[in-house]
Design a binder for this molecule. Sequence first.
Ligand code: B12
Length: 206
Amino acid sequence: MQNFQPLFDAIVSGNAAEARTLTQKYIAENVNQELLVKDCIIPAMSEVGRRFECNEYFVPELLLANRAMKECMKLLSSSGPKVGRVVIGTVKGDLHDIGKNLVAAMLEGGGFEVVDLGVNVAPEKFIEAVKAKNAQIVAMSALLTTTMTAMQATIDAFKQAGLRDQVKFLIGGAPITQKYADEIGADGYSDNAVGAVSLAQKVLSR
Ligand code: B12
């Protein structure tokens, strides 16, 4: 089996140039790209998350690792058939995007086409994008207790536009819980980016 340890280390240490070179090398060697994501890139970001949780890493290290991971994903995500289309964004009033970016990258690695609307995304922007891109999933991120209510407002706006039944809503972010997802009628919740991929696959197969 291929040894992915060098790429794992490059991502965890936030070395984007090294991560890019190694990914190019693996692609040239025809490695199984799905395995590369599953056995190396996702575990590397989980390790980064673990270090962040226990205060070994802080936001700068998180951002560097995120950038290194994105370099790999850029090279990988261009190939292969897409399994579904996701519109993702951080909700209105909220500027946090590190977790949202991780979720977007993981979904791309999982074979989804991802339309990233960025941060501070108003309900009508989500609606416009879903219509324009014919997306099946809306993924929303919120990090503030004051902005999580914008998730409910977005789902309500889809109801008012008569589009609620055309899309599945996935939500996440530090203050979000399964209970909250149930309360606002979202279709799924995950507390991490790896879980977001299986969640997206699950809601599409329902
Ligand atoms: C980094 C950070 C910032 C950065 C953001 C930089 C950026 N580009 O994102 C900056 C400095 C800009 C910032 C600003 C503010 N922040 Co801030 N910030 C944080 C901090 C330290 C880390 C957040 C983070 O990136 N975590 C790491 C990522 C990987 O985790 P995550 O986002 O939770 O994502 C994971 C999961 O939740 C999940 N997930 C996330 N989204 C989604 C979506 C879906 C669909 C799914 C399935 C899963 C999923 O998967 C992700 C990966 O595993 C947190 C503290 C904390 N520990 O959470 C405070 C925190 C969120 N911030 C806070 C506050 C108060 C603010 C400010 C109001 C501060 C101020 N007074 O100006 C402003 C608000 C600006 C705004 N309007 O948004 C508070 C929120 C308190 C609350 N209960 O509401 C926190 C909790 C800090 C605290 N303890 O007080 N912040």
